[in-house]
Design a protein around this ligand. Structure first.
Ligand SMILES: Cc1cc2nc3c(=O)[nH]c(=O)nc-3n(C[C@H](O)[C@H](O)[C@H](O)COP(=O)(O)O)c2cc1C
Length: 217
């Protein structure tokens, strides 16, 4: 397991790289990519994207996001296989046929092990406020979840700006303890999502234009 280190927020390369594409290009260009080419991704690109993620707003400025970058075949395989066992067990409980369980399981393993880089995103609630009221506490934690969404969108837009495709996978949300154990993460890290990253192998299918549902008063 590699040592943790914070990406440099003042890295001049960050603003340079983020200037590669306009905001509009990144917003329109970010799509869920499920097929990646074998072309390796420069670790600097991942560092800059994580620095961009850390520009997101967070409750009380607590910066609750944590990241674990997996680029080795071994670490990707360990995570995919350990989460895969939980996935199989859950699907069996839900009554899916064996053929369907096998299909979904092997698809998941293939996707995770073939992506050039996996970025596991976790939350630490350690810096958040504590309340006696369980409802208020749940909302406090919810704010961290919102903030993770903002951070991950920053991350994906920053990667798009450097022509890297991404896919948000929700798997760790369903088995946080397993993901934490697989990667030997600190005890206060709660795994929440996995972002797959790599150069796209082909373009995704076109997307319908957004249809916002907005009321005005
Ligand atoms: C919270 C969240 C969880 C997601 N989980 C998965 C997932 O587990 N597997 C997957 O293939 N896509 C996942 N997606 C991607 C969505 O399917 C995708 O964003 C959506 O279909 C719209 O397509 P686009 O990203 O190309 O705009 C997830 C997206 C979000 C925001």
């Amino acid at each position: 397991m590699g040592a943790s280190r914070k990406p440099g927020m003042n890295d001049p390369q960050l603003s340079l790289a983020l200037g590669n594409l306009s905001l509009a290009d990144s917003l329109l260009g970010r799509r869920s990519i499920r097929r990646f080419s074998d072309r390796p991704v420069d670790p600097g690109i991942i560092e800059r994207a994580i620095a961009a993620a850390c520009l997101a707003p967070s409750p009380h400025g607590s910066s609750p996001w944590r990241f674990c970058v997996l680029s080795s075949e071994e670490s990707k395989k360990i995570l995919a296989e350990m989460m895969g066992r939980d996935f199989l067990r859950d699907m069996e409980k839900e009554g899916l046929s064996e053929a369907e369980r096998t299909r979904r399981h092997s698809g998941s393993i293939r996707l995770l092990t073939r992506a050039p880089v996996l970025i596991l995103a976790a939350l630490s609630y350690a810096q958040l406020d504590e309340y006696g009221d369980p409802g208020k506490q749940a909302n406090e934690y919810m704010m961290a979840e919102h903030s993770l969404g903002a951070a991950l969108q920053n991350l994906m837009l920053a990667l798009t700006a450097e022509r890297i495709g991404t896919l948000w996978r929700c798997a760790p949300l369903f088995c946080p303890e397993t993901a934490r154990a697989a990667l030997e993460l600190p005890a206060d890290w709660v795994p929440r999502a996995l972002i797959l990253a790599g150069y796209p192998d082909g373009a995704p299918p076109p997307k319908d234009p957004p249809q916002p549902e907005v009321l005005t008063r």
